[in-house]
Design a protein around this ligand. Structure first.
Ligand code: ASP
Length: 442
């Protein structure tokens, strides 16, 4: 039987009660053989994440300040967890070593990675003892090259060797090691990546990502009242939704599982009977469900509309336009175009004070008939398999928006048939989302 890899996020391992739920979940399925914990997250909205406290310790140490008080909070947190679970995990001596090492790394001018990684490390030790599982340090499995990129060859080879035949193991998330042996973390939220890498390395049948929601929602619950959960979507659909703001998995976590063709199941530790959301490889043969998969959107875009008669027959026009952006160090998000028009959709964070220069350069370089910038734009992506190829879907989308009196300022169907992106004024953002949701979901 191929194993399952089960990653538990910060809230799922925030205290002893939660870790008991984790054990019940792991023990309920003998295929759950590789368990990846995060560091203890928030127990309530005003609580602190252990990882944040660890970064703070490093920062204090770096500035030559005492970090005793912050470290004491961390020590107490783990002490409570270990006591609540009745495990020892050699915690006291481990904490002492870690405290000394944080001071040492900072004194030698090292970065915060070692300190930050200890949240997962300690939680891994505790969880391994509580599950009666083997503890395998992520520093021995996950390898980065000297430029800090995952060394895939070495990592997958070592995972293959060290995890082979292991019945039940805990591998802490978030970190690995550099060629010189020092600890390096992924970016924040990176335990998701560890889980995905381990899943690919062991050829898992499933990568379970246990969190505090029962899957990915069809729309942002701050805008839509109790949106439905997405039962199933493909990696590509997830990528489209995530790009537009839906967060559920770390962006980089999708690549290892996608490469290995391993499905991902987002599950809720507090409601283990909920099926959650399945993210599947998708080979293009999925049937069109006749409805959408989800809606996501982002504000703070500017659209620069360029018009020039006969632009279609002017060789090099597109290059001249884009070279202006390149010269100004501005990246663009989308590039919808018509016969004599081309629009540049750019995130405001990219423009940042450069808009006037960009417009001036465009006039000089591309000699357009007109160039005009529209600020305060929001983009909404309506995502679904077959979205832009099934005639009724587009009609329904545009009908819903016009029915709600919303002026569509831009349409981008792109070349993927997965989504239709519309640009609306920022003040129409929420009403547009509601209109689309209502039309497709009810
Ligand atoms: N503990 C790390 C963070 O807070 C990594 C993770 O939880 O995935 O970013």
């Amino acid at each position: 039987m191929q194993p399952k890899v089960s990653k538990f996020g910060g809230t799922s391992v925030a205290d002893a009660d939660m870790i008991r739920k984790v054990r019940a979940i792991v023990q309920a399925d003998a295929d759950r053989r590789f368990v990846i914990p995060s560091a203890p997250g928030k127990r309530s909205s005003d609580d602190q994440k252990v990882t944040d406290l660890l970064y703070l310790c490093h920062e204090h140490a770096r500035q030559g300040l005492s970090f005793d008080e912050v470290f004491e909070l961390i020590a107490r947190r783990y002490g409570e967890i270990a006591k609540g679970l009745g495990v020892d995990a050699g915690l006291d001596s481990k904490l002492e070593v870690i405290k000394g090492e944080i001071a040492c790394v900072a004194a030698e001018g090292g970065g915060p990675d070692y300190a930050a990684s200890r949240g997962e490390y300690l939680n891994g030790l505790i969880l391994a003892e509580f599950l009666d599982a083997k503890f395998i340090d992520a520093a021995d499995l996950i390898h980065f090259d000297k430029r800090g990129r995952l060394d895939e060859d070495q990592t997958y080879r070592v995972i293959g060797e060290k995890l082979k035949g292991v019945q039940l193991a805990v591998v802490p998330g978030f970190y690995g090691s550099l060629p010189d042996g020092s600890v390096k973390t992924f970016s924040r939220g990176g335990s998701d990546i560890t889980g995905a890498v381990v899943a690919r390395g062991v050829g898992a049948s499933l990568y379970e990502n246990w969190t505090d929601v029962s899957g990915l929602l069809m729309a942002d619950p701050r805008i839509i009242d109790s949106p439905k959960t997405i039962e199933k979507l493909t990696y590509r659909e997830l990528r489209e939704l995530a790009y537009m703001g839906a967060t559920v998995l770390h962006d980089e976590a999708i690549f290892p599982v996608r490469h290995g063709g391993i499905p991902v199941n987002i599950r809720n530790t507090n409601r283990p009977d909920d099926p959650g959301t399945m993210i599947v490889p998708g080979n293009g043969s999925e049937k069109h469900t006749g409805t959408i998969t989800g809606i996501a959107g982002r504000k703070d875009f500017t659209v620069i509309a360029i018009e020039k008669a006969m632009m279609n027959s002017e060789v090099g026009f597109g290059r001249r336009v884009l070279s202006v952006l390149e010269a100004r160090g501005v990246s663009f998000e989308h590039l919808p175009s018509g016969i004599d028009t081309m629009s540049l959709v750019i995130a405001d964070s990219q423009l940042n004070g450069k808009l006037d220069d960009v417009l001036e350069d465009l006039r000089a370089e591309a000699k357009p008939d007109s160039v005009e910038a529209t600020p305060d734009m929001a983009l909404i992506a309506t995502v679904g398999r077959g979205m832009s190829h099934i005639p009724g879907m587009a009609a329904k989308l545009f009908g819903a928006l016009s029915g709600a009196g919303i002026n569509i300022r831009m349409i981008d169907q792109g070349s993927s048939e997965l989504n239709i992106i519309v640009g609306v004024h920022a003040s129409d953002f929420e009403p547009a989302m509601r209109a689309i949701y209502k039309a497709f979901v009810g």
